[in-house]
Design a protein around this ligand. Structure first.
Ligand code: NDP
Length: 453
């Protein structure tokens, strides 16, 4: 039997690196989880004997395919598409599709791995998967996006299904893209099933799916604060991103009495000392949504605010609470130190793995409240799970009912993290450890039941 000493963890990570050359994001995600799991399984022989962690860190399968499409000038363009099916021990593969030039197999493997734990944490029966392409929807016409989505689905359709693998949106994939992909799936298969989530309300979508990730990240923050007798009201909040997750996180934080100071995009961040209230958030939603504009335009509209360009990130702005909601590795160790020294007491990750490993260690050492994405941003996939249930039963739940489900699910995830995240040496809950162990245990126990398959 393997022992869980430090050397073993290093050897395990070295093996993961060797088997996945040139895939740093994937290795990083596995390392973050393995640090906690090695300690947890030290005295649990079955998990070693059946090589459970090693098996979860090897995707069930990775599909890579060519996606050809024609742009508006008649040029033939070639992109690469992927679907990573990481683990379906507790339910059909489930996870978003990302369209962004930074997408690689490594990025999608890390996201599918993380998704496996996240989905288990929700308490719903969903396995982990992720997909996407290096296609950049920015600057493309609607018809170009449509042709790309149709071509992407022409290959993807054979790998997915309502009981097999149910994709959703992610960076660069919103309602428009889901509509085009669902339309193509329906056309090819002649089936109307809940094969994608995040659909429009007219064709099987669920209320509050759009809001769920951002709202959920703030509910998680609220749960962490409540646990130490504190609240969001009266606190200053720094948020990165200005897409779906960031704008809805800003909305919920504002509704709970917080004052949101920043939002960003890949070009830089805006700082508004007066606070980004609901009217301003609505303006940003319109800007980044239908108008597909840049966050820098905010300063022309709202006096007293400033724009910091060249890809600057907002972590130097003093705040009580921080919500990274843009992308992976957008908050490093040095920035984490600045947040802590400026008095930040809690971080809740709306994005997936936005804090790099150094940053995670800074937050853990400082013992501030720190919620990893796999726990804090699980509200989106949870409501996707509810969309699947509604589609199977051919019904639509009312908004109030869904809002209550989301609140309950986020409270449930918080409880599971507290259950496994307590440490003998500290009163502060280690939410990273709690999320990793609670997610792992559910998937691992199902895998043990199946034997070696
Ligand atoms: P959107 O495409 O709606 O928004 C992404 C935002 O992040 C945009 O403001 C974008 O700026 C910014 N961004 C993207 N890449 C970079 C980069 N390399 N550097 C700086 N900023 C960047 O995506 P979502 O809001 O849906 O997703 C945001 C994060 O939340 C992702 O990590 C995603 O995986 C995660 N997430 C999303 C869920 C969902 O339900 N949508 C569910 C769970 C997690 P720009 O406009 O310049 O590209």
């Amino acid at each position: 039997m393997a022992t869980a000493d430090h050397v073993d963890l290093e050897r395990f990570i070295a093996g993961v690196s060797k088997r996945n050359p040139g895939q740093p994001e994937f290795v990083q995600a596995v390392q973050e989880v393995a640090e906690d799991i090695f300690e947890f399984i030290a005295d649990k022989e079955a998990y070693h004997e059946y090589q459970i962690l090693r098996r979860i860190a090897e995707p069930d399968r990775v599909m890579s395919f060519r996606v050809c499409w024609e742009d508006d000038r008649g040029n033939i363009r070639v992109q690469r598409g992927w679907r990573v099916q990481n683990n379906n021990a507790i339910g059909p593969y489930k996870g978003g599709i990302r369209f962004h030039p930074s997408v690689t197999e490594s990025v999608l493997k890390f996201l599918a791995f993380e998704q496996t734990f996240k989905n288990a944490l929700t308490g719903l029966p969903m396995g982990g998967g992720k997909g996407g392409s290096n296609f950049n929807p920015k600057g493309k016409s609607d018809h170009e996006v449509m042709r790309f989505c149709q071509s992407f689905m022409t290959e993807l359709y054979r790998h997915i299904g309502a009981d097999v693998d149910v994709p959703a949106g992610d960076i660069g994939v919103g309602g428009r893209e889901i509509g085009y992909m669902f339309g193509q799936y329906k056309r090819i298969t002649n089936e109307f099933t809940g094969v994608l989530t995040g659909k429009g309300l007219e064709y099987g979508g669920s209320l509050i799916r759009t809001e769920a990730t951002g709202y959920g990240a703030v509910y998680f923050l609220q749960n962490m604060l409540k646990n130490v007798g504190d609240e969001v009201a009266g606190k200053t909040v720094v948020i990165s991103g200005s897409g779906n997750v960031a704008t809805h996180a800003a909305e919920k934080a504002t509704q709970l009495g917080g004052k949101v100071l920043t939002l960003s995009d890949s070009e830089g961040f805006i700082h508004d000392p007066a606070g980004i209230d609901q009217t301003k958030i609505d303006w940003i939603k319109e800007l980044k949504g239908r108008r597909r504009g840049r966050i820098s335009e905010y300063v022309k509209e709202f006096k007293g605010s400033s724009f910091h360009g060249d890809g600057a990130r907002p972590w130097g702005v003093a705040c009580d609470l921080a919500l990274p909601c843009a992308t992976q590795n957008e908050l490093n160790g040095a920035e984490a130190k600045i947040l802590v020294s400026n008095g930040c007491i809690a971080v809740s990750e709306g994005a997936n793995m936005p804090t790099d490993l150094d940053g995670v260690h800074v937050f853990k050492q400082a013992q501030i409240l720190y919620a990893p994405g796999k726990a804090a941003n699980a509200g989106g996939v949870a409501v996707s799970g509810l969309e699947m249930s509604q589609n199977s039963a051919r019904i639509s739940w009312k908004e109030a009912e869904l809002q209550q489900h989301l609140l309950d699910i986020m409270a449930g995830i918080h409880e599971r993290c507290v259950e496994y995240g307590g440490r003998k040496d500290s009163k502060v809950i280690d939410y990273v450890r709690g999320a990793n162990i609670a997610g792992f245990k559910k998937v691992a126990d199902a895998m043990l039941a199946y034997g070696v398959v």
